[in-house]
Design a protein around this ligand. Structure first.
Ligand SMILES: [Zn+2]
Ligand SMILES: [Zn+2]
Ligand SMILES: [Zn+2]
Length: 147
């Protein structure tokens, strides 16, 4: 089977696994997110519309919401940044964000499952997640630019 068809049937299987109807916009958004990590909504729109000019902005918004609700896509929103989307879900990985340029990279969870921090007092709550974001300065921004 050609690569493109194999990827498409793979994405179709992902949609069917969560009982979502297979539609062209859903396949296009999943394909864009498979190739580009931590992209914001505007980037997803331009990636999708480059291949499928007929897909509207609103359709992309709707698809992102449906895929996120279904758990196929993870939405992350570091404080002060626009929401980003990725298809790496279910592994409780964390993100490292550059304060200067906003670059985001994945950091595998040292513990591997949620919650990976223990609350000093759980106040009787059943805690299932600790939201961890690492902030810092990326190597590019830390190196003084020679002009
Ligand atoms: Zn940076
Ligand atoms: Zn990530
Ligand atoms: Zn962790």
């Amino acid at each position: 089977m050609p690569y493109v068809d194999r990827v498409t049937s793979d994405l179709e299987a992902q949609l069917r696994a969560v009982s979502l109807r297979v539609t062209r916009p859903r396949l296009a958004v999943l394909a864009a997110l498979r190739d580009h990590r931590h992209v914001d909504t505007d980037t997803v729109i331009s990636l999708v519309r480059a291949d499928h000019p007929m897909v509207s902005h609103q359709a992309v918004y709707d698809v992102l919401r449906a895929l996120t609700d279904a758990g196929l896509v993870r939405r992350i929103q570091p404080a002060g940044a626009t929401a980003r989307y990725e298809t790496r879900v279910g592994d409780n990985h964390h993100h490292l964000v550059c304060r200067t340029c906003g670059a985001i990279v994945d950091v595998p969870c040292a513990v591997g499952h949620a919650p990976c921090l223990t609350a000093s007092d759980d106040h009787g709550y059943v805690i299932d997640e600790a939201e961890v974001v690492f902030w810092g300065v990326c190597p590019d921004c830390a190196t003084p630019r020679s002009s």
